[in-house]
Design a protein around this ligand. Structure first.
Ligand code: ADP
Ligand code: MG
Length: 201
């Protein structure tokens, strides 16, 4: 198994993150953990890029539909449909509109347990219920209910890979191998080296 310090994850600052002037705030939160930025680009994605991105994982549709339905039921509210695939089909249409509405920043972060760590800092899908202290919990307020009422995607500032296999599919979708930069930062010695080598001489 590869050392966990080599793990990589895909993060996208979505159009609302750019429009809300949160780029610096978002970068700061990932950067200060010790994770390393190894790839970065700004672009307005095409609808095809967005659709392909979300359909890379064949289970995504079922999961996204089930998650939405469960969230309604938990609050004692009625979901717009009880068929997860029907819910997901409408989410895909909304996501294409949302993600192509303006520039996004796609990036790859690398380091110990990068996928899990970035998800923890990012917070849950729905800002309404995302934890305090997470980016989605602290900087925006959207909900399943508001998104569905207006037939649009939940505006939650960021995409972050949900699992290591998802990251491994998503990174090549956005970056060519030569766009991912290999370099070392001084603090990696303190984070990872077996002998930190920091004793006074
Ligand atoms: P996450 O981004 O937390 O991994 P998902 O992969 O489940 O969440 O969904 C992808 C994106 O689709 C979400 O970030 C959100 O913008 C949007 N979304 C998910 N479920 C819904 C829904 N029921 N209604 C509207 N938009 C949704
Ligand atoms: Mg996801």
């Amino acid at each position: 198994m590869a050392h966990p310090k080599t793990e990589r994850t895909l993060v996208i600052v979505k159009p609302d993150g750019i429009q809300r002037a949160l780029i610096g705030e978002i970068f700061k939160r990932y950067e200060r953990t010790g994770l390393k930025l190894v790839a970065l680009k700004m672009l307005i994605p095409t609808e095809a890029m967005v659709e392909e991105h979300y359909l890379l994982d064949p289970n995504w549709k079922k999961n996204v539909g089930e998650k939405a339905i469960a969230s309604y039921l938990k609050k004692g509210e009625t979901p717009p449909s009880t068929d997860p695939i029907e819910v997901a089909d409408s989410v895909v249409v909304s996501l294409k509109k949302y993600m192509t509405s303006g520039p996004v920043i796609a990036m790859v972060w690398e380091g110990g347990h990068a996928v899990e760590l970035v998800r923890k800092i990012t917070g849950g899908t729905e800002p309404r219920s995302a934890g305090v202290g997470t980016i989605r919990g602290d900087f925006v307020l959207d909900s399943y209910q508001m998104a569905d009422t207006d037939t649009r995607a939940i505006r939650n500032l960021i995409h972050a890979s949900g699992s290591v296999p998802e990251a491994e599919m998503e990174i090549p979708h956005w970056f060519k191998p030569e766009e991912i930069v290999k370099y070392r930062m001084p603090h990696e010695a303190t984070l990872y080296d077996v002998d930190m080598g920091s004793r006074a001489v």
